[in-house]
Design a protein around this ligand. Structure first.
Ligand code: GDP
Length: 361
């Protein structure tokens, strides 16, 4: 072996070289290790935002270990949750959702409320960019120590995003947030999901543009507990007042809600901070009415039942349609249905029979 080889040996020996004192190794290990679920829970219950954020990251993770830990944390936080009002806010892009939430949010933190803003934006997973997660939004509220803003979790299914949002609500409530805003873009199916996780559903609109132009579906108007016409400022004031009258008339034609709350219409200018207090007053009125009648609690129970059944449905369906036997059987019967050899009902019966027979459930 020449000098070159010897030189290499020396280098290797040096790398192996100095043994680290045990204490340093321990510190390094601890830094890499995530705190236990109990440590998370203790900090979250103390209102520690950094632990809350990290727990939400666990909720959003697809890693199995993270999910297990998240489930443990949520379970332990559950008894401390529920003590809030959950408000859904929807409206097309540009209507002023973030400006409105910022104005209402600041109004509330001044009243010593603790607000959390979460977003559901299923379009972000398709467009590979979150409209709602934009960091420049709600710049002032972000700095407020009584506000917590979390952009939309990404996910490939609305069901998945909804589950994460529901779990995040629990964590936020356990951390002491008493007013939870769930924001969504009012054009997709996400509103139905949001509607089944909030106590109050608010639709933001603009005056002058028809519903079709604003992309608002009739179903969304039916869900609304309040319609707030934003940008009622400058030359828009008159038009906003007209729109308010029109909507109030139109809403009276809808059947009375189960909550016996008559949906209200109001105008505001989020940018000028006008009419924001009236919106909050309206929400308080709703709370007082539905808490007194028992509807508030009843609806939360109903929503819990809905999510239990929804989760079971989704998992059963997934398991069923991904089963290799079902895939094969389904393809075979569909062919026969197309060739008029089997009715759709007989076909379904056959597939289900094959599933039960194999004990595939
Ligand atoms: P989002 O997409 O629904 O969240 O809407 P933004 O809050 O980002 O607002 C869209 C645009 O409308 C921005 O340029 C805002 O400054 C503007 N805007 C929001 N609220 C008002 C308002 O009350 N009056 C006026 N004139 N403009 C507003």
């Amino acid at each position: 072996m020449g000098t070159k080889g010897k030189h290499n040996d020396d280098t290797l020996r040096e790398l192996k070289g100095v043994k680290q004192p045990q204490t340093i190794q321990k510190i390094k290990l601890n830094r890499g290790k995530s705190p236990s679920a109990n440590v998370f829970v203790t900090h979250i219950l103390q209102g520690d935002i950094s632990y809350l954020s990290r727990a939400i990251t666990l909720v959003e993770s697809t890693n199995e270990l993270h999910q297990k830990k998240a489930a443990k944390i949520i379970q332990a936080c559950l008894p401390y949750a529920n003590n809030s009002i959950r408000i859904g806010i929807t409206g097309v892009p540009g209507v002023g959702k973030s400006t409105f939430i910022e104005a209402l949010g600041k109004y509330l933190t001044k009243k010593d409320k603790k607000i959390a803003v979460l977003a559901i934006d299923p379009s972000s997973s398709v467009n590979k960019g979150s409209i709602l997660g934009d960091k420049t939004r709600m710049g002032d509220l972000v700095k407020d120590k009584n506000a917590f803003i979390r952009p939309s979790p990404s996910g490939d299914s609305l069901g998945g995003v909804a589950k994460k949002t529901r779990e995040t609500i629990i964590l936020c409530e356990a951390a002491g947030f008493d007013t939870i805003f769930i924001e969504t873009v009012g054009v997709g199916q996400s509103e139905t999901a949001v509607h089944s996780m909030v106590d109050f559903f608010l639709l933001l609109k603009l005056a002058g543009a028809g519903d079709e132009l604003q992309g608002i579906k009739r179903g969304i108007i039916e869900m609304a507990d309040a319609i707030v016409i934003n940008k009622a400022d400058g030359t828009n004031i008159k038009q906003a007042a007209l729109a308010k009258a029109d909507f109030s008339r139109a809403l009276h034609l809808y059947p009375l809600k189960k909550s016996s709350w008559q949906p209200k219409v109001t105008t505001c200018s989020a940018i000028d901070n006008k009419g924001i207090d009236a919106v909050w007053q309206l929400i308080e009125e709703y709370m007082a009415l539905t808490k007194k009648s028992g509807y508030f609690e009843g609806q939360r129970n109903e929503q819990n039942t809905f999510w239990v059944l929804e989760t079971i449905n989704e998992q059963l369906k997934n398991r069923f349609y991904h089963h290799p036997l079902i895939k094969k059987e389904l393809a075979a019967v569909l062919k026969k249905v197309q060739q008029q050899q089997l009715t759709p009902f007989e076909a379904a019966k056959k597939v289900l029979a094959a599933y039960y027979k194999k004990g595939a459930v």
